[in-house]
Design a protein around this ligand. Sequence first.
Ligand SMILES: Cc1cc2nc3c(=O)[nH]c(=O)nc-3n(C[C@H](O)[C@H](O)[C@H](O)COP(=O)(O)OP(=O)(O)OC[C@H]3O[C@@H](n4cnc5c(N)ncnc54)[C@H](O)[C@@H]3O)c2cc1C
Length: 379
Amino acid sequence: MATWLADHLRGEFEAVKGRGGPGDENALIDERRAWERELAAGGWTCIGWAEEHGGRGASLAQQVIFHEEYARARGPGRVGHIGETLLGPTLIAFGSQAQQRRFLPPIVAGEELWCQGYSEPNAGSDLANVQTRARLEGGEWVIDGQKVWTSWAEWSDWCFVLCRTDASARKHAGLSYLLVPMRQPGVSVRPIRQITGTSEFSETFFDGARTDAANIVGAPGDGWKVANGTLAFERGTSTLGQNLLFQTELAEILQAARRNGRARDPVIRQRLADAWIGLEIMRYNALRILSTAAGAELPPAALITKLYWATWHRRLGKLAMDVLGPESQIGDALPYALSGLQRLFLFTRADTIYAGSNQIQRNLIAERALGLPREPRPA
Ligand SMILES: Cc1cc2nc3c(=O)[nH]c(=O)nc-3n(C[C@H](O)[C@H](O)[C@H](O)COP(=O)(O)OP(=O)(O)OC[C@H]3O[C@@H](n4cnc5c(N)ncnc54)[C@H](O)[C@@H]3O)c2cc1C
């Protein structure tokens, strides 16, 4: 893997090295799409999927090694990550064979990009409150409603959309999980400018958007079960390999602290040491999870992963700014060019929100790992 990356991440791909991370998502999209296809040609996409689905059947430990080598080689932010880590595993678990045959190969080949249409203005943590509606008409689902915070909507070919197909059913029961093509007149995407100055996510409007009747994962009304399957992938295995990236960020902050003398400040020293300890805890925890995981099934202890890394990472962003001191307030250039550490600080504010906020993670730990009574639901 390391040799393959060294041989291929150069020449025309030299420019994408280290690009496309948080706050830099819009960078070099076409070049990174070409890189995704290059990775695919080498057999390095979807390596955790079974061979029958176009993967390599790599174990969780092998996937972590892959992510580490990829980060070490400064591989660019992956444009196909939502298809590879969220939709693909969901289709493998819940999709029909026809859906697997239609949708998995273009993900493996790096040819079709996906986005996740869950959140709406009134449905975030309370996801079952989704109001986007879909009805069957002439052999197609017709979809009306609005999604928000849709990462990668601007560049995606398809969206998996959680919508209400039975208005008379109880909240969780009337939902369905549809696969909807993005490039059609009924779909419009309005990018949202984020505090990083870039637009990684968008508002997505469905006005009579259409998709084939067969593009439903599970049966009508199964949407809640399937959507939670996707969320389990998002909060579980998809982030196990990010330790090396975190190490690189901490190393950059340490370097800045040595350069400007803040490394001698006793409080900053303690916080730097604390960050390093947190990183080691994450590493050991990942190893513990990997050694107790049965296949792709994660043990209940894995539920702490998202809460821990997100909180650690947000704190790291703040530490970076405190290390830089007054320098942190100055942009690289007008009007809004930011340094890597400034982008780190701004983007990490979102870590404790997406894929389930910290409060929601704590509820999950309480209910699913510790077996405490369920949070009271409004009547
Ligand atoms: C960078 C980024 C990318 C995203 N990408 C996508 C995407 O691609 N697709 C998509 O569908 N969504 C995406 N989201 C949306 C994300 O899933 C939601 O922001 C998240 O689920 C929280 O929902 P909300 O923003 O509506 O906040 P709310 O649900 O309104 O929460 C507001 C506050 O109330 C707290 N709260 C809510 N309910 C409870 C409770 N029961 N107990 C305790 N506290 C509670 C929350 O923790 C939070 O602090 C993204 C968000 C971000 C920041």
